[in-house]
Design a protein around this ligand. Structure first.
Ligand code: NAP
Ligand code: ZN
Length: 346
């Protein structure tokens, strides 16, 4: 058994505390990673606060993991000690179902194994990246390109792939008008990626407070959704709307911004249901879609795309003692634009 230091939470209203967790001894295809940085995703907060249903505490969140390989199982071929690697939201899947065979392991028909708050094939609860070490099957480990620092790479493993995958799938590119709703961790990555794909990008943020940043990230236009005039000005304008908002919003207002055959893709995952008036869809043959992270092959493609286009998140590195404070700041939309924990402070 490998003992890792970690930060764990014991209940929905509890603060983080120091903990020790067990990582399994390396199986044939396992890679041991010394974690250097872990990003804080809003999903960590939804989960830690029990907003997505019951979780088993103590919980160690973290699915934006970057570190160095320090050990390999006897049959590992893809990684060597010293490699710079990442791990995202899943650490295993059945590998055999139709979706896994297509490289869409996130939609595994038997259920992917989440990096934390999941149960692995050994029957053990999984614990995430707010910790010093993790053991992962080599098929769920990613290579971090040389020109991306480990702290910048961490958020790409969730915020990067979760926005890249739908933008790719719905073909954001030259001639396409893309709106990004909410400019937090996911949203700011979506702006950078959609811009690099060649789309015309508009940010729809609650206020104009972050407009300067948004334009620097590559937005062509920036509007405040608290201004009702925005919804008149942009009616019927967009081909693709990517909703990254972590809370319930009036989704009908956003459908009205889609053109004929336009698609609103929801990646934001609030704990409470959104309600919609189907007339919003019927009137212009619009579609409402969802998307969950991305497969492993596509995640590597995203990392290579970011490397090629010099795309990195804008981050604020914090110490392990600042996790509670960071959660508060994310909840009040005071994040610029991803908190990343320096694991050496653990
Ligand atoms: P985040 O950094 O907190 O960003 C969310 C943004 O939404 C905020 O910065 C804010 O942007 C906007 N917002 C927040 N509350 C709002 C409200 N009441 N009304 C309108 N806008 C509001 O969160 P994140 O880490 O990017 O994650 C966003 C969501 O995606 C979360 O629900 C997360 O669980 C989910 N997620 C889904 C997947 C997936 O696979 N589908 C993967 C990762 C995360 P402005 O300040 O610009 O308005
Ligand atoms: Zn995430």
């Amino acid at each position: 058994m490998i003992i890792a230091k970690a930060r764990a939470v014991d209940g929905p209203d509890k603060p983080f505390r120091s903990a020790e967790i067990n990582r399994r001894e390396l199986d044939s295809y396992d890679v041991l990673i010394e974690i250097k940085y872990a990003g804080i995703c809003h999903s960590d907060i939804h989960t830690a606060h029990g907003e997505w249903g019951n979780v088993n505490y103590p919980l160690v969140p973290g699915h934006e993991i970057a570190g160095i390989v320090t050990g390999t199982g006897p049959k590992v071929t893809k990684y060597q000690v010293g490699d710079r690697v990442g791990v995202g939201c899943m650490v295993d899947s059945c590998g055999e179902c139709e979706n896994c065979r297509k490289g869409e392991e996130q939609y595994c028909l038997k259920g992917k194994v989440d990096t934390y708050a999941g149960v692995d094939k050994y029957g053990e609860p999984t614990q995430g990246g707010y910790s010093t070490h993790i053991v992962v099957h080599e098929n769920f480990v990613l290579h971090i390109p040389d020109n991306i620092t480990l702290e910048a790479a961490a958020p790409l493993l969730c915020a990067g792939i979760t926005t890249y995958s739908p933008l790719n799938h719905w073909e954001a590119g030259p001639g396409k008008k893309v709106a990004v709703v909410g400019m937090g961790g996911l949203g700011h990555m979506a702006v950078k990626i959609a811009h690099a794909m060649g789309a015309e990008v508009t940010v729809l943020s609650q206020t104009l407070n972050k407009k300067e940043d948004g334009m620097q990230f590559g937005a062509d236009h920036y509007y405040a959704t608290r201004d009702p005039e925005t919804f008149n000005t942009l009616a019927g304008y967009f081909d693709i709307i990517l909703n990254t908002v972590s809370a319930k919003i009036d989704i009908d207002a956003y459908f009205s911004l889609l053109t004929l055959d336009g698609t609103l893709v929801n990646v934001g995952a609030p704990g409470e249901p959104l309600s919609l008036n189907v007339m919003s869809l019927i009137s212009h043959r619009r579609s409402f879609a969802g998307s969950m992270i991305g497969g492993i092959r596509e995640t590597q493609e995203m990392l290579d795309f970011c490397s090629k286009h010099n795309i990195v998140p804008r981050i604020e590195v914090i110490s392990a003692d600042q996790i509670d404070e960071a959660y508060e700041r994310v909840l009040s939309s005071d994040v610029r634009y991803r908190f990343v924990i320096d694991i050496s402070t653990m």
